[in-house]
Write a protein that binds this ligand. Structure first.
Ligand code: SF4
Ligand code: SF4
Length: 471
């Protein structure tokens, strides 16, 4: 390889946040401003309001959202999901993954820039506070270089306290999503000695958030995030990305009022590099580090405007679109991904719609065969387990479907199952011996709640076949 080519591709040899000595190269990103940044700020406020208020919203006294991994209880949009509904979660996750893949193929990393919680908290909360306390990038750099004087102690101290307080708030909100806001309130009101364990876990999570947002920062997107790592295989030449129009921009040259015809529109002002929170030069082409935050689009538009050139030197475009001035096309990959997504969505909606409020399982009591009753009758003993997924208590009764026989409960005639709890009981099914034609007979039991049929469960009845003795 020619040495000039090697230099051109030198940015590929390392990531922007690692120095030549292998140490962390701290990114001092210039404060962004512009149309897209304002739009992102508005959207982030909406997301943040939703994130912090959702745990307080209740439907019929129950949280709208609860992701209680510890007790395996999940409430989504007020609907209770139990571990028995786990397959729905798996399917939802599969649908989500396919959706993300398809979305990325078409729209690149739009999610990272506009909706990812890491970007929203980092760029729209913590970074804004940092600008407010320490000033813009150059001020931050000066502050870091200066000795520990009163100003530095005051600014760094205030930043640490505010960052830690917000991290604590985020940790508490996440806990509210897990245990519910009422439990969280109880824990807060309890004396510290009684909730030591929770407090320690909260502090561990707070410290993790504090570490991520005060120090680790863009490393999450570059090194840790699996979605970021997948970009290389998901993006193709038709994917929409934040792209530099090299056809229009090159050869770059410092701005001069006597602009020569052969020069490109890039005035080599380096503003797009200075504003980038991951420290890359988008003019080198799309890179793994780019989180599509659009800061370089805003700043470049501003530079173009100030020198009287057309905006959009850096813009949302596809690689092919830039090279050939072509619009985004439907590729076979997009069509096949869409087909899979539609099928998965269909299955998921069907399963969600056919999901019952009560999950019943009826099993013959293990180790028991059958019992003879009153000479010509046979009984089997069954165990019944019910999961009440609703917010109401239920009184359950059972009836045999289509077969003449009798159900005799062990204990009370009705099974009382409290809301969102499990209930169990045992019962006998008693059938006439004459009616049995096989050793194992399939039966259907109708489950009624407060007099209304809610489910039909199949089970088997074990018995001996009545033999007619010939004289
Ligand atoms: S901001 Fe625009 S004009 Fe300035 S260096 Fe970047 S691409 Fe070139
Ligand atoms: S290259 Fe532009 S869009 Fe990508 S991370 Fe940097 S500033 Fe954001």
């Amino acid at each position: 390889m020619e040495s000039s080519e090697r230099n051109k591709d030198a940015f590929r040899d390392s990531i922007s946040t690692i120095s030549e000595l292998g140490k962390r190269a701290w990114i001092y990103a210039k404060k962004p401003s512009g149309k897209l940044y304002n739009l992102r700020t508005i959207l982030s406020i909406v997301f943040l309001v939703i994130f912090f208020t959702l745990p307080f919203i209740k439907v019929n006294g129950e949280p709208l959202f609860l992701i209680n991994i510890l007790e395996r209880k999940f409430i989504l949009f007020g609907v209770v999901f139990w571990s028995q509904d786990f397959f729905l979660f798996v399917l939802a996750m599969l649908t989500f993954i396919v959706f993300i893949v398809l979305f990325t193929v078409v729209f690149g990393r739009v999610f990272c820039g506009w909706a990812c919680p890491q970007t929203i908290f980092m760029e729209m909360v913590f970074r804004k506070i940092e600008y407010w306390i320490e000033g813009d990038a150059t001020h931050q750099q000066t502050l870091n270089k200066q000795p520990w004087n009163a100003e530095k102690i005051r600014k760094k101290g205030l930043k640490t306290i505010v960052f830690f307080a917000i991290s604590f708030l985020i940790a508490n909100t996440f806990l509210a999503y897990i245990i519910g806001i009422d439990e969280l309130k109880k824990l807060i009101e309890e004396p510290i000695e009684q909730s030591k364990g929770t407090l320690i876990s909260l502090l561990i999570f707070t410290s993790a958030f504090f570490f991520v947002f005060s120090w680790f920062r863009e490393q999450v997107c570059i090194i840790v995030c699996p979605y970021g790592r997948l970009q290389g295989v998901l993006l193709d030449k038709n994917s929409i990305i934040v792209a530099y129009d090299y056809i229009r921009g090159e050869p770059r040259a410092k701005y001069s009022k006597k602009k020569e015809e052969k020069k490109g529109d890039c005035i080599d002002c380096f503003q797009c590099v200075k504003v980038c929170p991951t420290g890359i030069d988008i003019r080198n082409g799309t890179q793994l580090e780019c989180v599509n935050c659009t800061a370089c689009i805003d700043v470049c538009d501003h530079m173009m405007e100030s020198v009287g050139y057309e905006k959009g030197l850096i813009r949302y475009a596809s690689e092919k679109g830039i090279a050939e001035n072509k619009r985004l096309k439907l590729t076979p990959r997009i069509i096949s991904y869409s087909a899979v997504l539609i099928v998965l969505m269909g299955v998921l909606v069907t399963l969600l719609l056919s999901r019952t409020d009560v999950e019943t399982s009826i099993l013959r009591t293990p180790g028991m065969l059958y019992q003879k009753v009153d000479g010509n009758k046979i009984s089997n003993l069954y165990n019944i387990k019910l999961v009440n997924k609703t917010h109401n208590n239920m009184d359950i009764t059972l009836k045999l479907q289509s077969v003449t026989g009798e159900i005799k409960m062990v204990g009370k005639d009705t099974i009382h199952v409290k809301k969102e709890e499990l209930g169990s009981s045992a019962f006998f099914i008693i059938l006439d011996k004459d009616r049995l034609t096989k050793r194992k007979t399939k039966l259907y039991v109708d489950v009624y709640s407060n007099g209304k049929k809610i489910e039909t469960v199949s089970t088997t009845f074990l018995g001996t076949i009545a033999r007619k003795i010939k004289n």
